[in-house]
Design a binder for this molecule. Sequence first.
Ligand code: NAP
Length: 345
Amino acid sequence: MAMIRNKQVLFKDYVKGSPKEEDMILTESVIGSKVPEGSTAILVKNLYLSCDPYMRLMMSDPTEGGHPLFGSFTPGKIFFGFGISKVVDSGSPDFKAGDLIMGDVGWEEYTLIEYTDKVRKIEHADFPLFYYIGALGLTGFTSYIGFYELCAPKKGETIFVSSASGAVGQIVGQFAKLMGCYVVGSAGSQEKINLLKNKFGYDEAFNYKEEDDFVSALKRHCPKGIDMYFENVGGRMLDAVLMNMNPHGRIAVCGMISQYNLTESEGVHNMYCVVQKRIKMQGFLMRDYLHLFPKFTELVVQYLREGKLVCVDDIVKGIDKAPFALVRIFSGHNIGKQVVEIAQD
Ligand SMILES: NC(=O)c1ccc[n+]([C@@H]2O[C@H](COP(=O)([O-])OP(=O)(O)OC[C@H]3O[C@@H](n4cnc5c(N)ncnc54)[C@H](OP(=O)(O)O)[C@@H]3O)[C@@H](O)[C@H]2O)c1
C-alpha cells in the first residue's frame, strides 16, 4: 500500500500556568493511503481544526488537578480535538470517499478513525466549511444550549455575556438580540468592543481590562440589573455579576477560562447572593444535549440564510501554526472562533 506523508502535532509534557507553543512538538510520520483490509475504519484528510479552552485542562497532569471529565493528553502522543475532515478511504458502510465529516481527529494531516459512531456527516455544503467548527458546530451548539435551555430567556430581559466577542459569546449575544433582550458584554480590547457593538448588535459593551471595579462597571452598563448571566470566565467577574443580579435571575455556567491556568482557583466570595436573590445557577456541558443538535442546526441554518446571524472566525493557516493558534486564545489574541486551516479541500 502507498504511504503518505503526515505532519503531526504531539503533546510534549504536562503544563503549569499559561500554555506555550513549545508545549507542543511538530513532527512528521507516514500513514497508509487506504484503510487496512477488512477494517471498518475511515481514513480522513483533516481540513480544519478547532482550538478550544478545554484543551488547556487536558494539558494538566492528571495527578495534579488534571481534569477528571476530559482526561489528559499523553506526553509524547498526538494532540487531538474537534475537526472537519474529508473521507479519503472507507471500510465503513456508512461513509464513502468524498464525504465531509465533523468529529474528533488527531492534530495531523491524515487520521485513521477506527470508531465512527461519534462522527457526523456535514449536510449543508453551501456554507464555508469552517462554519462547522464555529457557528454551525459544537461552539454554536454550546451557545444554543446555554442560552435557550439554561437561561430560560424572556423578551425585554437583560443578559450579560462575558468573553462576549469570543466563539461562544458572539452567538449568544445575537440569539439574545433576536429574542428581544437587552444585551451587554465584556471583552478584553477596544477592537473587540467595537465588534460587539457594530457587528453583533450588543446594546452595551465594556473592556474589562480597563475597569478596576467590575461591580460598578456592570451597574453602569446594566442599569436595570442582570436577569441572565452567560458565564464564560469565572473569578472576579462572577463575583461582580452576583452583586448585580436581579431576583430570580439565571446564570448559565458555560466555562471559567480565567481559572484554567491557575494552580489554585481564585474562589468566589458573593455566593450568598444566590440565596438572597433566589438565583438559579447551573453548569452545563453541551455534550449532554446532543439529541438537540438537529433542532439547533435547523435554527442556525435558517438564521444564517436569512442574514440574521453573522459569525467572525479567526483562521490561522497551516498545521505548523496549530500550537500558535491554540495558545493565543489564552492571551485573548483571537478575534472570534479560533480555527486552524490545514487544507481547504
Ligand atoms: N460547557 C461547554 O460545553 C462548553 C463548550 C465550549 C466552550 N465552553 C467554554 O466557553 C468559554 C468560551 O469559549 P470559546 O471557545 O468561546 O473561547 P473564546 O471566547 O473564543 O476565546 C477565549 C477568550 O477568553 C478570554 N480570556 C482568556 N483568558 C482570560 C482571562 N484570564 N480572563 C478573562 N477572559 C479571558 C479572551 O478574550 P478577552 O479578550 O475578552 O479576554 C479569549 O479570547 C470557555 O470558558 C470555554 O471553556 C464550554
